[in-house]
Every structure is written in structure tokens, then in C-alpha cells.
Write a protein of this length. Sequence first.
Length: 84
Amino acid sequence: MRLCALYLMHKTPEARGDAVGKFHLSNGATLHQINWAADLSKKGLQQSGGLMVNYLYELDKVEEQHEAFSQKKVSFSRAVDKLV
């Protein structure tokens, strides 16, 4: 979980080839939560080791976080930060 958090916090979705992450973060969402064993299907295990991410849209922060993302900064929650 710690390695996943570090990876997601410091590598942009474009660099990861992550279209879903790019969509949410570029629209001002926060990387809110990382879920262990959330997708144990064959595809889920191959693509993400069974991990899944939740994004949160806080309307009062969307514009600011969108701007941060345009500067290649990923917005993340305290819960994700605590994993590191």
C-alpha cells in the first residue's frame, strides 16, 4: 500500500498510462483512498495487483486542484499521505 501511494502521489497519470486517473485528477478530484484487494479478477490482478483507487470531488477545491494538476501536481488526501 505504501509503495502504491508513493507511486500514485509522485508519478503523473500520463506517465503511468492511466486514462481514468488523468480524467479525475485533471477535473479537480483528489486521490482520496487506496483499497487493498478491491479487484481480485484476473485482469485486476494483472493491471493493479488487485488495488483500486477512489477519487473525491470537493467542489470548493476543484478549480485549485485542476490548476495544480496542470502543473503536474497530484492532489491527495490525508489518508493517502498517511500511507507513506
